[in-house]
Design a protein around this ligand. Structure first.
Ligand code: UDP
Length: 361
């Protein structure tokens, strides 16, 4: 294992401030990494958009907050969209700050999923690493990852094999999973609650399928997360009987897990190659079985028959049947699986091993 404490600069997502929910799963991933690195004994400097907040258990990290216009997320663009950076964009400023500070650090770990940090990697002295947080939804991003794989393959890591398979890589991908502070999630044993769904309310997350299943079963579907697209949210509501969807808002983890844990099943319906699927592990950590499409990260995280059920993507009939089999899943298995596979500390250790191997090479 590690023989010396290291100094890391972390670059946050340029999509929104940390804590806003706009950055999706990356926000929680970043907090887990910071907490894990600090506990292992490393030093952390976080460079993040203005307004970002870290939880109190990450207080030992230094934070530089940068003003500027947020980046448009790639999942809201088209396959052929060009690279665009707004005037006074926060992304180049995050990168500039990290690269300048990075001269006195061992490595920079970038969590902003965008073209510029990837493209610049071969041309800077700093050891710039990337935890890629999305599958490929644009040609220009696919190209820059392919190019970097040719010259600096080991500077990139992915959350799951399914996610990595979206990219043309010259060698096998480094796959690190993800990690959570599972002490913050309480196990709940009751099997009589409503159905749950969580995530950004945006087309690629497929909330409409979960809502249709709830409607077919005459159930309520409790929904947590940032509503990114109000029109889309109203469209989904109009597809199902009044009262099927209970909007619960975007909550802080403490309250989110309390409500989530009451669910009898968590329904996960990604329409894209979900990179990981934080909410899948968060549900399991509370003891909630996950009924999911066998697509992207959730297809690797749900052990069908043990922690939930996987069904063929977009098959609402099979999704409904699987929800009806929820009681066959022992809720304790869900909690146990999350504890064994997704702790923040082991995730931080995997990150360190990856980076140390490369900087010592
Ligand atoms: N989340 C939250 N509060 C809520 C609902 C969701 O903090 O009320 C967080 C959740 O913890 C997760 C993120 O939203 O980290 C969603 O991430 P996921 O990986 O599931 O999907 P993404 O948004 O990255 O596509």
């Amino acid at each position: 294992m590690l023989s010396r404490p290291l100094k890391f600069v972390l670059i946050s997502t340029p999509i929104g401030s940390l804590g806003s929910g706009k950055g999706g799963g990356v926000e929680l991933t970043l907090v887990s990494i910071i907490k894990g690195l600090l506990e292992i004994g490393h030093e952390v400097l976080l460079v993040a958009p203005e307004g970002s907040c870290l939880p109190s258990d990450c207080e030992a990290a230094e934070v530089i907050k940068i003003p500027g216009m947020e980046q448009l997320s790639w999942q809201h663009q088209n396959l052929d969209s060009p690279i665009s950076i707004p005037i006074d964009g926060v992304l180049p400023k995050l990168l500039e700050t990290a690269l300048t500070a990075g001269k006195n650090y061992d490595a920079i770990l970038n969590l902003s999923y965008d073209w510029l940090p990837l493209w610049v990697t071969p041309y800077v002295e700093a050891k710039l690493f990337h935890l890629i947080s999305m599958g490929c939804v644009s040609r220009v991003m696919g190209d820059v990852v392919k190019k970097l794989s040719k010259s600096h393959h080991y500077r990139m890591a992915f959350h799951t094999f399914s996610q990595a398979s979206d990219y043309e890589l010259v060698k096998d991908p480094i796959v690190l999973g993800n990690g959570f502070d599972l002490k913050k999630y309480s196990f709940q044993s009751s099997t009589t609650g409503p159905l749950g769904w969580a995530g950004r309310v945006a087309k690629e997350k497929g909330l409409e399928d979960a809502a249709k299943v709830a409607a077919l079963l005459g159930d309520e579907l409790h929904v947590w997360g940032v509503i990114e697209d109000e029109n889309y949210a109203s469209e989904i509501e109009s597809l199902v009987p009044n009262g099927t969807i209970k909007w619960r808002g975007f909550l802080k983890t403490e309250e989110f897990q309390k409500q989530l844990g009451c669910c009898r099943a968590f329904v996960n319906t990604p329409k894209w190659n979900e990179a990981y699927g934080n909410v899948v592990i968060e549900a399991m950590a509370c003891g909630v079985p996950v009924i999911s499409y066998d697509r992207g990260g959730p297809g690797e995280l749900v052990k069908s028959g043990l922690t939930g059920w996987l069904v063929p993507p977009d098959d609402i009939g099979r999704l409904k049947e699987a929800v009806l089999k929820t009681e066959k899943i022992d809720r304790q298995n869900c909690r146990d699986w999350a504890m064994q596979k997704a702790s923040y500390k082991s995730f931080a250790k995997r990150i360190c091993s990856w980076i140390v191997e490369e900087i010592d090479a």
